[in-house]
Design a binder for this molecule. Structure first.
Ligand code: LMR
Length: 397
């Protein structure tokens, strides 16, 4: 008898699967615009110098590899919370607390299980479209998953439709919002839109879960925190998932946190006791290295300044690549059609290319992007912009 007889194969991950396909492609002119990792002018995903320096120091100073606690490294939790909520935010004294998680994805999974186990009956509402893994994480936790419109078939942000849909979300449900650099579209809400969303959240008594995976990649570290800080100031309760994968370049170190804001200190401790319990059943205690690196950087003025400089350079490079692609499309008469690429924020662009066009780009030109038409702009090569523009023109022709 085979115990695995009934196990069926499932399709590969829509994003990570592209990495394997790209690696296997022998075309020297191949271009990887799939998974969301930053690439420099050499096409490499560098380790920021601030990270390297922090690691060197840690190598000398680290004295133990014993477990860190269920909530992770307290210094990391405090400094990351300051980065997210603002250094002098009064919530930090007793109403907000961070639980360290394996990346932002771990924070989302912890959140999903917390909602399922501690807030029974609550559904979660995701933007349409959203990061595909949002869909599977919340479904895996057994939550009822609903959607609110965000970007329509015309590939434009539709705030009116979003607000109208949120107005009908059942009272008390959880609504997931992308703080900045919306994944997959790159279309972000303006401050005035956020204020309107906040009003609906208040009126419907919704619990916001703000996914903050790209702090510093949109308009800047402080600017990108606008929505998080607005909601934290105006609401008694809030869930925030923060990732250090992109802004610290710590992808494989799996470094992130779930930050909870509660109505008062006692309630925060109740929630945190549940989070530690759930985390224990998921991964026991979080991995230490990435968080130690982040804490070392944020704790040291010199390293922090260096890191902010490097982060600013990454953001500026992405912005110039966005403009570069739109310019390169001009001779093909396509700059108007793709002008949104220069206006979107963060790593990603919902290009507006159809699944068929994406498939042709891959089959005929070895250009890899997600089937939805999402391109990782941070993977563009400034030297080969004309080549890419010609390929796009061919599949759009
Ligand atoms: C992405 O969307 O490409 C990144 O967030 C990486 C991932 O884990 O999917």
């Amino acid at each position: 008898m085979s115990h695995f007889q009934t196990v069926k194969r499932v399709p590969g991950d829509p994003i990570l699967g592209l990495m394997d396909a790209y690696r296997a492609d022998r075309n020297p002119a191949k271009l990887d615009l799939g998974v969301g990792v930053y690439k420099d002018a050499q096409g490499l995903t560098p380790i920021p110098r601030a990270v390297k320096l922090a690691e060197q120091r840690l190598l000398q100073s680290e004295t133990s590899k014993s477990y860190i606690g269920g909530h992770g490294d307290p210094l990391f939790g405090r400094l990351l919370s300051e980065l997210v909520l603002g250094a002098n935010n009064p919530l930090l004294t007793e109403r907000a607390g961070a639980t360290q998680t394996p990346g932002g994805t771990g924070a989302l999974r912890l959140c999903a299980d917390f909602i399922a186990q501690c807030l029974p009956g609550r559904g979660i509402w995701l933007s349409d479209p959203t990061w595909p893994i949002h869909e599977s994480i919340f479904a895996a936790a057994g939550l009822r998953v609903g959607h609110y419109p965000y970007v329509g078939a015309d590939n434009a942000l539709n705030v009116e439709a979003m607000i109208a849909a949120l107005t009908h979300v059942p009272k008390g449900d959880v609504v997931l919002l992308h703080a900045c650099c919306h994944n997959p579209t790159g279309f972000d809400l303006a401050p005035r839109d956020w204020k309107r969303v906040l009003e609906v959240v208040k009126a419907r008594e919704l619990l916001p879960l703000i996914d903050f995976a790209y702090q510093g990649f949109g308009d800047g570290l402080e600017q990108d925190a606008f929505a998080v800080r607005l909601f934290a100031a105006e609401l008694p309760e809030l869930l925030i998932t923060s990732s250090c994968s992109k802004n610290f370049g710590l992808y494989r170190e799996r470094t992130g946190a779930l930050i909870v804001c509660a109505e008062h200190a006692e309630k925060l401790q109740d929630v945190r006791s549940q989070l530690a319990f759930i985390a224990r059943n998921l991964w026991s205690t979080p991995p230490a290295h990435g968080a130690a690196v982040v804490a070392s950087i944020l704790h040291d003025d010199e390293l922090k300044a260096l890191w902010i400089d490097e982060l600013n350079s990454m953001r500026e490079r992405i912005a110039s690549l966005r403009n570069g692609l739109v310019e390169a499309l001009q001779p093909h008469g396509l700059s108007e059609r793709f002008t949104h690429i220069a206006q979107q924020r963060g790593m990603f662009s919902y290009t507006g290319l159809s699944p068929t066009q994406v498939q042709r780009l891959r089959d005929e030109f070895s250009v890899y992007m997600v089937g939805s038409g999402r391109a990782n702009v941070a993977g563009l090569d400034a030297q080969r912009m004309d080549q890419l523009a010609s390929a796009i023109a061919r599949v759009c022709g």
